[in-house]
Design a protein around this ligand. Structure first.
Ligand code: UT7
Length: 324
């Protein structure tokens, strides 16, 4: 039996840091206290003018390539989860593939909002396990701050920019044990943008009216409920108990959502990788950023078992059980 195994991880955060107090200084009607208490966020990173999603993804990918001990030319499958592609087309994955110098294999973007990386990971896992890919690059990268309305305090304090990447290679040892992807398109109104190529843009608004709109409280409740069900589904699929998991690597939207999922798993918070305080919600980049943080900080060790999960616009949600 062939499994796909994470050979290396990498991540990248833009240099510019925006603290909660910086937001207050910018005139956002909020406070450091409110943001910390309701979300756990202390700061987020913001891409520089001209710094694109593909630039962030390339930097994360190069670190993953180095950690995996491979040459970029070995990569035969490139998949990038993002909601903030450089341009409508070609895909940002194609741009990253060209920058890395590994042309020839398929390169594609996946958009499942904050769940995009988890979808990308699941797809790449199928390619590697079927033998269609011998070396897959899987990324999540966002410049989501470009989609924020800085006058809307209910969204602009939440998001940040960044990128994370993993290299997947075939292995006789597990590896990715299972992945679970879901969506329910009945909830598009709770978390969405209202403009686009097909819907049209708004000429007189910044960035042509592209901005995140969210009914936060309703999304919060759905996220807690759905992620609780997802972790149970993932445990059952692997015939595992809560105590079999060493690490929870969750989507980093809100500390309170993360803590609720950890509670469902009866896990202590010191078994949970938390980066939301430093990164904010980096959407598709949040899980691979947290994973790389967990690995590079020496917390996540080879042979340990971890549960990855995410929830986002769509709604979409997904999980993966992985032996690192
Ligand atoms: O990654 C994709 C998935 N996204 C998520 O999972 C996000 C899920 N939602 C959340 O994390 C939370 O719902 C938020 C952090 C967005 C909001 O927290 P909340 O505890 O649900 O607050 P709320 O929306 O119920 O608002 C409470 C109050 C309101 O004032 P009133 O009506 O009680 O007077 C808001 O106007 O807080 C006010 N408020 C703020 N105050 C200061 C909302 N945003 C802010 C702000 N600063 N930035």
């Amino acid at each position: 039996m062939i499994y796909s195994r994470i050979a290396g991880t990498g991540s990248y955060l833009p240099e510019k840091v925006l603290t909660n107090d910086d937001l207050v200084a910018m005139g956002v009607d909020t406070s450091d206290e409110w943001i910390r208490e309701r979300t756990g966020i202390e700061q987020r990173h913001v891409a520089a003018e001209g710094e694109l999603t593909s630039d962030l993804a390339e930097k994360a990918a190069r670190k993953a390539i180095e950690a995996a001990g491979i040459e970029a030319e070995e990569i035969d499958f490139v998949i990038l989860g993002t909601t903030s592609s450089d341009v409508v087309f070609p895909s940002t994955a194609c741009k990253v593939q060209a920058k890395l110098g590994c042309p020839g294999g398929p390169a594609l973007d996946v958009n499942a909002a904050c769940t995009s990386f988890m979808y990308a990971l699941s797809i790449a896992d199928q390619y590697v396990r079927s033998g269609a890919s011998k070396c897959a690059l899987v990324m999540g990268a966002e410049t989501l701050t470009r989609m924020l309305d800085w006058n809307d305090r209910t969204t602009c304090v939440l998001f940040g920019d960044g990128a994370g990447a993993v290299i997947l290679k075939p292995s006789e040892e597990p590896g990715i044990l299972s992945t679970h992807m879901h969506a329910d398109g009945n909830y598009t109104d709770l978390l969405h943008t209202s403009v686009g190529v097909s819907s049209g843009f708004k000429e007189n608004e910044p960035r042509a009216g592209v901005k995140v709109a969210m009914k936060g409280n309703e999304v919060f409740k759905m996220a807690v409920k759905t992620l609780g069900q997802t972790v149970v589904e993932t445990l059952e699929a692997n015939q595992m108990r809560q105590s079999d998991i060493d690490w929870l690597v969750p989507h980093q939207a809100n500390y309170r959502i993360i803590a609720a999922t950890a509670k469902k798993l009866k896990m202590d918070m010191d078994q949970v990788i938390v980066t939301v305080n430093q990164h904010g919600n980096t959407s598709a980049a949040s899980v691979p950023l947290a994973l790389d943080h967990g690995v590079r900080s020496g917390k996540i060790q080879r042979g340990q078992t971890m549960l990855l999960e995410a929830f986002g616009g769509g709604f979409t949600w997904a999980s993966a059980m992985i032996r690192y």
